[in-house]
Every structure is written in structure tokens, then in C-alpha cells.
Design a protein around this ligand. Structure first.
Ligand code: HEC
Length: 221
């Protein structure tokens, strides 16, 4: 049989491929049948938080900040519990990052607050005198893209069965209703802010990027 194969290079290549691929198939196929398994307490992002996450990606915050706490004492002392894979179940794409010019932000919601972020994003050196982080003043004048965030939430719900139907999660399916919920969520943040331009815009029915960004940063726990 092998002599027959050896005289037919094409079939030989096919059989060789199958033999080698077999191990890969055995190893990888089971993963396709598994659902993402979120750690208990891990919630999908609300559309407002997703809008903030989009700004985070667009402005490349992940170029300087990781979101992955390694299981070393020096890291857990500073940032808290090390990261578990199930905590990223709703991160698409995940933002682990590979460079820490600034600190890890995986659990920044546990120790920084809305007003702190407001001051820091406007002018980092006003709260951290030696900071080399750039200021992000433009977030205070540009609007968050709520439609795209809503569309993403709606899509991952449909395609990946992300459990937005669970108790306490924003309802998706009706844009007007979802928008109302986004404004309710944003109001809590805007009320704690002092920037008049952001407040005036909100009163006119606009949500600035900074509001979505703070919603996102507060959700990182
Ligand atoms: C050029 C690198 C760089 C970029 C880009 C950058 N940061 Fe930073 N960031 C830093 C550095 C350095 C610090 C530490 C000093 C400080 O607190 O300002 C920091 C600190 C922070 C902190 C405080 C964390 C803590 O535990 O005290 C937050 C929150 C933060 N950055 C958010 C962001 C967000 C959101 C963006 C994107 C809009 C961003 N950063 C972009 C470098 C960067």
C-alpha cells in the first residue's frame, strides 16, 4: 500500500496532511462546542459602557495600559485579585495589552471614582503631578457613538447569546427604550461631574465621550 502511495506524490501529500491534521482536529474540535464560561458576577457591558470601550480602543489607551493582572504578589498587592480567563467572557476584543507605560486598569473601578477620572482625563498632571499620560480634552466636546454601541450589544446578544435578558441588564430590542436607559445611566455620572459644557450638552440630549468613558472605567472591577 505504501509503495502505491509513494509513487503518487499528490495523494501522498493529502494522506500526510490528514495524518498530521488529525491530532490538531482532536485537540481543537471540542473547543467549538463549548460556550464561554463567565466567572460568576461577570456581567456584559451596558451599551453606554460599550460606547466608552469603543473610545478606549479608538484612542489606543491599550497601547499604554494592560487589563491583565498576573498572579504575582507585587501585582495583586497593587491591583487586587489576579485576572481569571472567565472574566473576559464578554470582552470582544479582549484588551489585555502587552505594554504598561501606565498602570493596569483591570480593576480600576475599585479605587478610582467619577470625579477623579474627570480631573485626570482633562489634565492628568492636575491629579498626578509627574504624570506623562496625555490629556484627553477632546472627549469633553465630542459625542459618544451610542448607536454603534447599541448595535454591538444587540449583535452579540443575537449571535453569541450574551445574556442581556438577565435581571438588572439593560433591555435590548427597542432603540428608544435602550436610549432612555443609557441616559438614565449617564445621568448618574453627569450629576457627579463639574464640567459645565458636558452638563449643558447632556441637558440638550447629548452624551459626551467622557461620560461613556467614565461609565466604562467604573465598570472595570
Ligand atoms: C502614553 C501612554 C498613555 C496613554 C496613551 C494613556 N495613558 Fe493612562 N496613564 C499613563 C500613565 C503613565 C499613567 C500613570 C500616571 C497617572 O496616573 O497619570 C496613567 C494612568 C491612568 C489612570 C489611573 C490609573 C491608576 O490606577 O491610578 C487611568 C484611569 C488611565 N490612565 C486611563 C487612560 C485612558 C482611559 C486612556 C485612553 C483615553 C489612557 N489612559 C491613555 C499613560 C498613558
Amino acid at each position: 500500500m505504501f509503495a502505491w502511495l509513494e509513487k503518487r506524490p499528490f495523494f501522498f501529500a493529502v494522506v500526510l496532511f490528514l495524518v498530521i491534521a488529525y491530532a490538531g482536529v482532536i485537540e481543537n474540535l471540542p473547543h467549538f462546542t463549548e460556550q464561554a464560561r463567565p466567572v460568576e458576577g461577570t456581567k456584559p457591558y451596558t451599551p453606554l459602557e460599550l460606547a466608552g470601550r469603543h473610545v478606549y480602543i479608538k484612542d489606543s489607551c491599550n497601547a499604554c495600559h494592560s487589563q491583565l493582572i498576573r498572579p504575582f504578589k507585587s501585582e495583586t498587592d497593587r491591583y487586587g485579585m489576579y485576572s481569571l480567563s472567565g472574566e473576559y467572557a464578554y470582552d470582544r476584543p479582549f484588551l489585555w495589552g502587552s505594554k504598561r507605560t501606565g498602570p493596569d486598569l483591570m480593576r480600576v473601578g475599585n479605587y478610582r471614582t467619577t470625579d477623579w477620572h474627570e480631573n485626570h482625563m482633562w489634565e492628568p498632571i492636575s491629579v498626578v503631578p509627574k504624570s506623562i499620560m496625555p490629556a484627553y480634552k477632546h472627549m469633553f466636546t465630542k459625542n459618544a457613538d451610542l448607536e454603534t454601541a447599541y448595535a454591538e450589544a444587540y449583535t452579540v446578544k443575537k449571535v453569541f447569546s450574551v445574556p442581556y435578558d438577565e435581571e438588572g441588564m439593560p433591555k435590548l430590542g427597542n432603540w428608544e427604550e435602550a436610549k432612555e436607559q443609557m441616559f438614565k445611566e449617564a445621568k448618574v455620572i453627569v450629576d457627579k461631574m463639574k464640567n459645565q459644557e458636558v452638563k449643558d450638552a447632556f441637558a440638550k440630549g447629548e452624551i459626551r465621550q467622557i461620560v461613556a468613558m467614565i461609565a466604562y472605567l467604573n465598570s472595570l472591577k
